[in-house]
Design a protein around this ligand. Structure first.
Ligand SMILES: C[S@@+](CC[C@H](N)C(=O)[O-])C[C@H]1O[C@@H](n2cnc3c(N)ncnc32)[C@H](O)[C@@H]1O
Ligand code: SF4
Length: 454
């Protein structure tokens, strides 16, 4: 058992350090002085991501790009968003799905409705996902999106009143009991309702976690997602101020509880952190997980196109000015080496449940056993993956490694957000300073708790 813990600890740290190297050392952000035009590959359909950067109030753990809501600001913003979609259409893109993320995407219902309708007119979109807080899911509000939104993920974070109070959500969205009631009323109004919760919050107890799992299941939504708490330099202090700091990291132990509790229910694991009701199989989850290439519209939206991360202007005025003048909204981009792209693709597929070797080799014109020889050998050695019928599948431990890597990846995106936050004009020195700061999520040595022998 002790040997197993040492090996697993080593593997987690190795994976963590390796993604840190990829994200920080090989991450060369190029602030553009020339125009970047997003261009599609012939006959390829992408996923479209649209960002709605507004909230009424801010939650301490949340680093997503957002502004305080003002009706007029939002109205102008949505107009620009629609104009950017038209420009993307003119560039020759087509999309089969749309993911609207925020912020609070339903914060201005009439504007969102117009935007979704336009997206359906312009592109061959057959699936729309959006995110909401518990205040915008009344049956009357959702009725306006009947036939428009196919999947809505609602932020719950926790069903513990004390936690909700500490992060300021009790006053905004109601007690756990009230949130549960709002969710029950929303069920059935949109084909797929998904609940988003966060685990491994500082000082969260095992009992609180089990209560979160059981309450979520008792509502019977089509999907439940448990995100590990992600900390970055943008949120670390606010998290500590609101929830305190804990000298124990329960991430792995809590992840094990979550997967065990769901394995006893009629929810199936649909990727490393999401569980779907058996009746609603084959749900599309995070845009990063399922879609390897996507185009982002809106201020601060990321695109991942042709192996490059492409970044839209964050500053609302700068973004609006560029769209109105029909200039590209792209302010920066970042290329990845072929090896980094292969690793990223491998991770996202493994995160989704398995890597089909033939498909992977065809899509990437490679031989996975040669290209990722070192990585695969190590993953097999520590019993994180196994091969079955031409598919590389994660074991429980492999899924946990995916969780660690995915949250590291999100924290890496926060570095990018930190660079561009608030500034209309970015200086190279700021990029270098932020990229070289060592602010990674720390690993406490007790990340793997000794448990009873297996
Ligand atoms: C962009 S937010 C939008 C949610 C919506 N505005 C709300 O507040 O309910 C999407 C989800 O990301 C998750 N999330 C945000 N920050 C996180 C963090 N630091 N760690 C883990 N999950 C986080 C939360 O579960 C959140 O509901
Ligand atoms: S969690 Fe939701 S409401 Fe809170 S700041 Fe983030 S996007 Fe806004």
């Amino acid at each position: 058992m002790i040997f197993k813990n040492i090996v697993e600890n080593f593997a987690v740290n190795y994976a963590h350090n390796s993604i840190q190297r990829s994200l920080y050392n090989e991450f060369n952000i190029d602030i553009l002085t020339t125009t970047y035009t997003k261009t599609p590959k012939k006959d390829k359909k992408y996923m479209l991501y649209a960002h709605v950067p507004f909230c009424h109030t801010f939650c301490p753990y949340c680093s997503f790009h957002k502004y305080h809501y003002e009706q007029e600001l939002a109205r102008v913003y949505f107009e620009n968003l629609r104009e950017e979609m038209r420009q993307v259409k003119e560039a020759g893109f087509d999309f089969d799905s749309l993911y609207v993320g925020g912020g609070t995407t339903l914060i201005n219902e009439p504007e969102l409705e117009k935007t979704l309708k336009l997206a359906k007119e312009l592109f061959s979109i057959d699936e729309i996902s959006a995110e909401s807080d518990p205040n915008h899911i009344s049956p009357e509000s959702l009725a306006k999106f009947d036939g428009l939104i196919d999947r809505l993920s609602v932020g719950v974070q926790s069903f513990d009143d004390e936690t909700l109070k500490r992060v300021g959500r009790y006053e905004k969205f109601g007690s756990a009991k009230e949130v549960k009631r709002k969710l029950e009323l929303a069920l059935g109004k949109i084909p797929v309702i998904s609940l988003d919760l966060i685990f491994n919050l500082p000082n969260q107890t095992k009992e609180q976690l089990i209560n979160d799992i059981n309450t979520a299941k008792s509502i019977s939504p089509q999907q439940i997602t448990f995100y590990p708490l992600m900390k970055s330099e943008l949120t670390r202090e606010n998290i500590a101020r609101s929830l305190g700091v804990s000298n124990v990291d329960n991430e792995r132990e809590f992840y094990e509880i979550i997967t065990e509790e769901f394995s006893k229910s009629n929810y199936k694991q649909s990727n490393a952190w999401a569980f779907s009701n058996e009746k609603s199989a084959d749900l599309r989850d995070e845009y990063v997980g399922s879609n390897l290439e996507y185009l982002g519209v809106g201020s601060g939206a990321f695109s991942f196109l042709n192996g490059e991360l492409v970044i839209n202007a964050f500053n609302l005025l700068e973004y609006g000015k560029r769209i109105k003048n029909r200039q590209s909204p792209v302010i920066a981009k970042c290329g990845f080496s072929k090896k980094e792209r292969l690793k990223y693709t491998f991770l996202t597929r493994l995160f989704d449940g398995g890597v089909d070797i033939k498909r992977y080799n065809d899509e990437n014109s490679t031989n996975i056993n040669k290209a990722l020889f070192m990585e695969l050998s190590l993953l097999k050695l520590v019993n994180a993956v196994y091969e079955e019928n031409g598919i590389i599948k994660p074991t429980f431990f492999g899924k946990y490694i995916c969780i660690v890597l995915m949250r590291d990846f999100y924290a890496g995106m926060d570095k990018v957000r930190a660079i561009f936050k608030d500034d209309a004009k970015i200086k190279r020195s700021k990029v270098l300073r932020i990229m070289s700061e060592n602010t990674e999520q720390k690993y406490e040595p007790n990340i793997i708790q000794p448990r009873a022998a297996m």
